[in-house]
Write a protein that binds this ligand. Structure first.
Ligand SMILES: Cc1ncc(COP(=O)(O)O)c(C=O)c1O
Length: 480
């Protein structure tokens, strides 16, 4: 057969180097233009997109399309139809921002596609991940015997910790075990308990004090009541920075009680743990270093793009015991000296997620991260202090870290009226599209909350937030 007449080699998915470069440059041009315009983009984005979503439904393409034709709607029509989570005005939920250096790391990790599930497949690359875990350990004040795991987020980090505590403290006697967390703990804790086989009737929601922190007296009483009922209290989950109001539980007192009662103390530091990197701020998290395990979220407090959480376990052997395993088709696990990810977590194949933490820290240096974290707290403290002066604005939860929550109140108004006014305020502030804030309901009261944690949120943007909130509050409270 005449080779020249043969059809193109359809089975080849490889690209020649010039084409790779050209495609990369097209993507880079789009990404850089997008990031450079974040400041000017609307803070909330237009997410009323049912019709758009319906129009996007499509089957798999049989034939290829030019990249530019794909990038155009992606960047011009679809990316913008979302919360602007990367922008400087994102003060909603718990921000992070998404460091560019991590995007570069992901590109390298995906392009080189090395296997970091087991140590022996990429020892040097796994060592970089081990270094990252060791840095986290040091910043959190955990001892050298600690082992950890990079996960996809805080929920998975908390899950790994709950499983480890369950294995270490309950063995096969799951049904008797009781877990304690405050009424303000994150949804992922009860989810983790359920997935770990601790059913809802064995999860106690401990009440909080006026600053939304777990009440240790109530915790003590709950433990005693469960023991009296023949159950086995085994785990207390504290929170270092709650999602609703940013409250830090009394970590030292909880550590003390857990030591006295022989309970595992896990701390959910998904939002707040990275404030411990800054020596001057450590007193805000006193006792964090005493926890048996700690969840932390680099995609929040280290400003990474979504997709990276971490867990540290003081007794590294316990984390390993909960997850270790071998198989005939795998190389033998590395010995203790070398970190072997699959022995410390549920995944085998996984992305090389250590690089997206390692590269930005190497590129910017740790000092830059400490400075950025300290700045976010300072901005929150100052903004809260200014807003607290505004008539009719009640700062119910001043910043314990970098999150504060407040509501409106006009003289004589009842709870329902306060809630309606505060919801109106939230909608009016967001409609200005310079910042995005979200709310939460605690004991029936609706609170607007501001969380300063994006690396792109600097003083100029916080000043705009304070101005928008002040003006809209005055306008609402001045109206009949
Ligand atoms: C206190 C706390 N714990 C856990 C989580 C869950 O983390 P992720 O969303 O990374 O799974 C969050 C998320 O906001 C959080 O604020």
């Amino acid at each position: 057969m005449d080779r020249a007449a043969a059809p193109a080699d359809l089975a080849s998915l490889e690209l020649p180097p010039e084409r790779m470069r050209a495609l990369g440059e097209q993507v880079l041009a789009r990404v850089v233009a997008h990031l450079a315009s974040l400041e000017r983009q609307p803070a909330c984005g237009d997410v009323a997109a049912q019709d758009l979503c319906r129009s996007l439904r499509a089957g798999p393409p049989e034939h290829g399309t030019e990249l530019e034709a794909l990038l155009t709607p992606l960047f011009e029509q679809w990316v913008g139809r979302s919360f602007n989570t990367a922008g400087p005005g994102y003060l909603a939920f718990i921000p992070g921002g998404g460091l560019y250096a991590s995007a570069l790391a992901d590109f390298i990790a995906d392009a080189t596609n090395r296997y970091t599930g087991v140590w022996q497949a990429a020892p040097a690359l796994v060592q970089l991940e081990a270094n990252v875990l060791d840095w986290l350990r040091e910043w959190m004040g955990f001892p050298p015997g600690t082992r950890g795991l990079l996960t996809t987020g805080g929920s998975m980090a908390n899950f790994a910790a709950v499983v480890t505590a369950r294995e270490a403290r309950l063995g096969e006697r799951l049904r008797e075990g009781v877990l304690y967390a405050s009424t303000q703990s994150h949804l992922c804790i009860s989810k983790a308990a359920k997935l770990a086989g601790i059913l809802p009737d064995r999860v106690r929601r401990v009440p909080v004090d006026g600053a939304f922190r777990m009440r240790v007296d109530a915790l003590r009483d709950a433990i005693a009541a469960d023991r009296a009922a023949g159950l086995r209290p085994f785990l207390v989950v504290s929170t270092a920075g709650t999602t609703n109001t940013g409250a830090v539980d009394p970590l030292d007192a909880i550590a003390e009680l857990c030591a006295e009662q022989g309970l595992w103390h896990h701390c959910d530091g998904a939002y707040g743990a990275f404030f411990h990197m800054v020596p001057e701020l450590r007193p805000l998290l006193a006792g964090l270093s005493r926890a048996d395990s700690l969840a932390l979220d680099p995609h929040k407090g280290l400003f990474l793009p979504y997709g990276t959480g971490a867990v540290l376990v003081r007794d590294g052997a316990a984390l390993r015991a909960a997850h270790a395993g071998t198989a005939e088709y795998l190389p033998p696990p590395a010995d203790e000296e070398f970190y072997d990810p699959a022995q410390y977590g549920p995944e085998l194949s996984r992305d090389f997620r250590g690089l997206r933490v390692w590269l930005p820290l190497q590129l910017h240096g740790t000092a830059a991260f400490r400075a950025a974290i300290a700045e976010k707290r300072q901005l929150a403290v100052e903004a809260a202090a200014t807003l607290a002066q505004r008539p009719g604005l009640v700062l119910l939860a001043p910043p314990q870290l970098s999150l504060f929550a407040f509501h409106l109140h006009r003289p004589g108004a009842d709870l329902e009226r306060d809630n309606a006014d505060t919801r109106r305020l939230l909608a009016a502030v967001n409609a200005r599209q310079r910042v995005m804030i979200t709310g939460c309901t605690v004991d029936g009261r609706f609170l607007a909350r501001v969380c300063v944690l994006s690396f792109r949120t600097r003083r100029e943007r916080i000043d705009l937030a304070v101005r928008d909130i002040s003006e809209e509050a005055a306008s609402i409270l001045g109206s009949v």
